[in-house]
Write a protein that binds this ligand. Structure first.
Ligand code: G4P
Length: 528
């Protein structure tokens, strides 16, 4: 049996996040190429055909040509065992991405060099900040016309509120992209376009050399000298501790498509990021090196195989080692269960795992037992990990079954889909389920919801859009909605765990509520 400690120390578990089209899929593919998980480029990139072949369990995905769900990819590289938590490509399913980030120890933020920080980057970044996880920035598409690198850095610092440290620095962009200056090694890595080979030919130049002068031409050469001087003079020092606490983001420039700057990035990234981090529970922090197995559920995926109507609960292992067939305690139900058929995603193929370690993700067949955020641990130890926050939906519908005879079915289906975290459901404050409000982060989730109720529960529904756009959970111990001073279009409802919350039609109304009710404590995320 492998030594548990050394196996855990090798683990690096991270998520790649970006605004759609910045290059997340392309970068992931190149990382898999280096890890030997795929033989040639193009396998992941042909996502429009490939991903469907893998996950055609969901018709809607095929119909729309989008990737709805996320998977986990594992490979070994340079002595490390790398787990990439892949996230859905479509921003309407970003709630899934938010939860996936809860299972990661760090995040790689891909930014399009011609666009800078985009809407979705900002949102995802907020979630990373909730946990203070290290954030690495990959500024992509340098082979195209890009914005000024200083301007990009300034924008990241200003809009995201994190300090940056450029690990390398670009020389030109687009047609005049010549490569990057590696600040640590004080070498210029010449740009070579390469889309697919494992081994990339590399040319390096010394900063003051004639060869570099000749390759760059006088203008770019001078700009590089000035930039280096400016960076060394004005920029802050590299501080690994600040990186590991999510206060400083190391920035890398490159081009995922042409496979330039990807290998230097992964090398440095794996050294700077940490092995699995301790996790908070109701019994204090759980050390990943504790030999007793523990994990929490961060994602539930239904209908991986329609013929079997199965559900897979994805768990992030937080401590110790997992061995197939081992008996564990499901803390929330108090039941002992055997994790019989754990699965792992290897470059998008499912396979049975025999053993796994803290930092790894396993998928377990779920007979309807698990909810998002649940804990499983060794039977002798009973503790619950801190829950996964619920993120505020931004779109709401009033939902009812078209056939009132199907009411029971409707409630059952709705509750199960909500338990998986695919939608959130709300009811009138202290009211019943006569009227149900469904909330989602992205509107396509409504389509998935309607489709699944029809296909899996044979229930047709009527959906009526509601004007709410903002939701805030009420943190006060007790609340009397009638005693609150609110605008007439603000509504007080409860979620499925009976937590009270307010629905608002505008940000202005949120401010009104805060200003007119001095003791009211509102929260955008609901913790566990
Ligand atoms: P995403 O997962 O973040 O949504 O982005 P994805 O990797 O799918 O990339 C979006 C588009 O940007 C793709 O082009 C991709 O080829 C291109 N791209 C990614 N990285 C680079 C880069 O470094 N340089 C350049 N020039 N382009 C890049 P597409 O035309 O939308 O898709 P496809 O026709 O290539 O499949």
């Amino acid at each position: 049996m492998a030594d548990i400690r050394s196996e855990i120390e090798k683990r690096r578990t991270f998520a790649i996040i970006s605004h759609p089209d910045a290059g997340k899929t392309t970068l992931t593919e190149k990382l898999l190429l280096y890890g030997g998980a795929i033989a040639t480029a193009g396998m992941v990139k042909g996502k429009r055909s490939m991903k469907h072949a893998v996950s055609d369990w969901m018709e809607i995905e095929k119909q729309r040509g989008i990737s709805v769900t996320s998977s986990v990819l594992q490979f070994r590289y340079g002595g490390y065992c790398v787990n990439i938590l892949d996230t859905p490509g479509h921003e309407d399913f970003s709630e899934d991405t938010y939860r996936t980030l809860m299972a990661a120890d760090s995040a790689v933020m891909v930014i399009d060099a011609s666009k800078g920080v985009e809407k979705q980057t900002k949102k995802l970044f907020k979630v990373c900040v909730l946990r203070d996880i290290p954030i690495f920035t990959f500024i992509n598409k340098m082979d195209r016309e890009a914005r000024d690198p200083f301007e990009l850095m300034e924008e990241i610092e200003r809009l995201l509120g994190i300090r940056t440290y450029p690990v390398n620095w670009p020389i030109g962009s687009g047609k005049s992209f010549k490569g990057v200056y590696d600040r640590g090694r004080e070498r210029v890595l010449a740009f070579t376009a390469n889309n697919g080979q494992h081994q990339v030919e590399q040319t390096e130049w010394e900063p003051g050399s004639e060869a570099l002068r000749g390759a760059l031409g006088p203008e770019l050469y001078r700009t590089l000298q000035d930039d280096i001087e400016l960076l060394d003079g004005a920029g802050g020092a590299f501080d690994l501790d600040a990186v590991r606490h999510g206060k400083l983001s190391p920035v890398f420039f490159g081009s995922a498509l042409t496979n330039f700057g990807v290998e230097p990035f992964i090398r440095e990234f794996l050294q700077m990021t940490t092995s699995p981090l301790p996790r908070r529970s109701d019994k204090g922090e759980i050390d990943p090196f504790d030999p007793d197995f523990s994990a929490f559920v961060f994602k539930i995926q239904a209908n991986m195989n329609k013929a079997h109507r199965d559900r897979i609960a994805f768990m992030r292992i937080c401590s110790g080692q997992f061995t197939r067939g081992e008996e564990v305690l499901h803390v929330q139900s108090g039941r002992r269960i055997k994790l019989a058929q754990p699965q792992q995603m290897m470059a998008q193929e499912r396979e049975i795992v025999e053993e796994a370690y803290a930092g790894d993700i396993i998928g377990i067949f779920d007979p309807g037992l698990f909810s998002i955020g649940d804990t499983v641990c060794a039977p002798g130890k009973k503790f619950a990990f801190e829950g996964i926050p619920t993120f505020a939906p931004e779109h709401f519908m009033l939902v009812s079954p078209t056939d009132t005879m199907k009411r029971k079915q409707f409630i059952k289906g709705m509750m199960q889909i909500a338990q998986e975290g695919a939608v959130q459901i709300f009811k009138e404050f202290n009211g019943g389920m006569e009227e149900v409000i469904v909330g989602v982060v992205g509107t396509l989730q409504f389509d998935v919801f309607e489709y699944r109720l029809k296909n899996e529960y044979a229930v047709d529904i009527r959906m009526q859009p509601l004007p709410y756009q903002y939701l805030r959970w009420i943190q006060n111990e007790t609340v009397d909605p009638k005693a609150l001073d609110l605008t007439s279009d603000t509504r007080c409802v409860q979620d499925m765990r009976d937590r009270p919350l307010l629905l608002f039609t505008s940000e202005w109304n949120v401010q009104w509520a805060e200003e007119h009710n001095k003791d009211l404590r509102l929260e955008e995320f609901s913790r566990g």
